[in-house]
Design a protein around this ligand. Structure first.
Ligand SMILES: *Cc1c(COP(=O)(O)O)cnc(C)c1O
Length: 433
C-alpha cells in the first residue's frame, strides 16, 4: 500500500514511453492516457478483488473496475474457474452455442424491456446496431441524443458526446462527415421542453430518443424526477422509440438496470460492460416485434465473427449468477453511499466546493456548486483542482477515474476498511489542494 506522496513509477514510465511509439498516445482507449489529469499513467500488472497492482509493485484501491464490468471484484475465483473449464472446449465456435441461450435467458428475465436479445462484442457495436434498428423499424432517419451522453464511437453519436470526447474537449471528431451527423439532434439532459421542441420542429422524422438513463459519461448525473417518464410519453405521442443505453447502468444500479430502478420501460435497450464479466460483450434487445427485424429473422443486417463466443458468454453468465445473490445491491448502495457522503463531508471540512451522489454502486462528484443537472453544469467543475486531487489520491494508493467526466464504480469486493482508507486519503489530499 502506497502511503507516501512520492509514487515510484519507473517501470510505468519506461513501458508507457515505449507504448507511445507503438500505439497512438500509447493506449488503445484515450482516457487511459491521463491527458486530462496530467502526470504519468499507471501501467497495470494484475488485478484482484478491489485492488490493482502496477508494474512497479504499487497497490491501489481501484474505483474504476475496468469501467464497470468488475462489479463482483476483479478476477473473481468463480468467474476464473468457469472460464478455465470452458476454455478447454475452445475459444470461439462461429456456430450456435448453448451458452448463448443461457445468457440470453438471463438477460431477458432481468431486463423489463427485453423480450429478445442479440449479442455483439462491445457497447459501441450495440449502440450502432440499435440506431440502425430504430431507423429500420420506424422508417425515419433522425435521432435525438443528449449532450454529454456517450453511446460509443460510431460516427452518428460523436456529437456533443461524453466520456473520452468530453475529457479531451473534442467538439466533434474529424473524419465524421456532416452528412452522417446531420440526422443527430441534441438536447440538454433533463430538459423535456428541448425534446418537445425538437419533435415539433421535425414532425414525423424522428426515429427515437436514446439516452443514458443515469449519465455516467459526463460524470455522474441522475435523471430529475419525471424526466424518464416524460420521455416515455413524448416518444409515444410522436410514434418514436425510446432507447435506454444501459451499457453502464445495466446490472449496475439494479439487477434489471435503470428501467427496473425507475419503473420506466423503453422500447429498446443496449447493454455491455457487466454482461461480459470483463470479456468483450455488448447486447441490444427489446420488444420481440422490433427485434424480429434483425437478420436473419428480418431484413436489418448485423453480424459478428466472435459474437456470442463461449468465453464471453461464460464470464457474463457467472457474473450475473453472482449478482443474483440476495443483498448484493443493498450492500453496493450502502458502501457507495458511505464513500460519497464521506467525500463530500471531507470536501466541506477542508473548504472545497463539491457536489455529487450515487445510485447503488455507481457514483461521482464534481468540484462544483451542485446540483449538476446536465453537461453544461458539469463543465463548471474546477478541472484543475480535480487533476491535482486525482494525482494526490493516486499517490495515496487510490485509483479514481482520470477525468472529471467519468463516473466511479464500486465492487462487491470493496470493504469498509477500503472506504476508510480512501476517506483518510481524501482528507490528506484535500487538506493540501
Ligand atoms: C462504455 C459505454 C459505451 C461504449 O461501450 P464500449 O464497450 O466501450 O464500446 C456505450 N454507452 C455507454 C453508456 C457506455 O458507458
Amino acid at each position: 500500500m502506497v502511503t507516501s506522496t512520492s509514487l515510484k513509477t519507473t517501470k510505468s514510465e519506461e513501458i508507457f514511453a515505449a507504448a507511445q511509439k507503438l500505439m497512438p498516445g500509447g493506449v488503445n482507449s484515450p482516457v487511459r492516457a491521463f491527458k486530462s489529469v496530467g502526470g504519468q499513467p499507471i501501467v497495470f500488472d494484475r488485478v484482484k478483488g478491489a485492488y490493482a497492482w502496477d508494474v512497479d509493485g504499487n497497490q491501489y484501491i481501484d474505483y474504476i473496475g475496468t469501467w464497470g464490468p468488475a462489479i463482483c471484484g476483479h478476477a473473481h475465483p468463480e468467474v476464473l474457474q468457469a472460464l478455465h473449464e470452458v476454455l478447454e472446449k475452445g475459444t470461439s465456435f462461429g456456430a450456435p452455442c448453448y451458452l448463448e441461450n443461457v445468457l440470453a435467458e438471463m438477460v431477458i428475465d432481468a431486463v423489463p424491456s427485453i423480450e429478445m436479445v442479440r449479442f455483439v462484442n462491445s457497447g459501441t457495436e450495440a449502440c450502432m446496431a440499435v440506431l440502425r434498428l430504430m431507423r429500420a423499424y420506424t422508417g425515419r432517419d433522425k435521432v435525438i441524443k443528449f449532450e454529454g451522453c456517450y453511446h460509443g464511437h460510431a460516427d452518428m453519436f460523436l456529437v456533443k458526446a461524453g466520456s473520452g470526447v468530453a475529457t479531451l474537449g473534442l467538439p466533434d471528431s474529424p473524419g465524421v462527415p456532416k452528412s452522417t451527423t446531420a440526422n443527430t439532434l441534441t438536447a440538454p439532459f433533463n430538459d423535456l421542453e428541448a425534446v418537445k421542441a425538437l419533435f415539433a420542429e421535425n414532425p414525423g422524422e424522428i426515429s427515437g430518443v436514446i439516452l443514458e438513463p443515469v449519465v455516467g459519461n459526463a460524470g455522474f448525473i441522475p435523471p430529475d424526477a419525471g424526466f424518464l417518464e416524460g420521455l416515455r410519453e413524448l416518444t409515444h405521442e410522436n410514434g418514436a422509440l425510446l432507447v435506454f443505453d444501459e451499457v453502464m447502468t445495466g446490472f449496475r444500479i439494479a439487477y434489471g438496470g435503470a428501467q427496473q430502478r425507475f419503473g420506466v420501460t423503453p422500447d429498446l435497450t443496449t447493454l455491455g460492460k457487466i454482461i461480459g464479466g470483463g470479456l468483450p460483450v455488448g447486447a441490444y434487445g427489446g420488444k420481440q416485434e422490433i427485434m424480429s427485424m434483425v437478420a436473419p429473422a428480418g431484413p436489418m443486417y448485423q453480424a459478428g465473427t466472435l459474437s456470442g463466443n463461449p468465453l464471453a458468454m461464460t464470464a457474463g453468465i457467472k457474473t450475473l449468477q453472482l449478482l443474483q445473490q440476495p443483498g448484493n445491491y443493498e450492500r453496493l448502495d450502502q458502501i457507495t453511499k458511505r464513500l460519497t457522503d464521506g467525500m463530500l463531508q471531507v470536501a466541506q471540512e477542508t473548504g472545497h466546493v463539491a457536489c455529487g451522489g450515487q445510485i447503488s454502486g455507481m457514483f461521482g462528484f464534481f468540484f462544483a456548486e451542485g446540483p449538476v443537472h446536465n453537461y453544461e453544469d458539469a463543465k463548471k467543475s474546477d478541472l484543475n483542482k480535480f487533476a491535482r486531487f486525482h494525482r494526490g489520491m493516486l499517490e495515496h494508493g487510490v485509483y479514481l477515474a482520470p477525468s472529471q467526466f467519468e463516473a466511479g464504480f464500486m465492487s462487491l469486493a470493496h470493504t469498509e476498511a477500503d472506504i476508510d482508507r480512501t476517506l483518510d486519503a481524501a482528507r490528506a489530499v484535500m487538506s493540501n489542494l
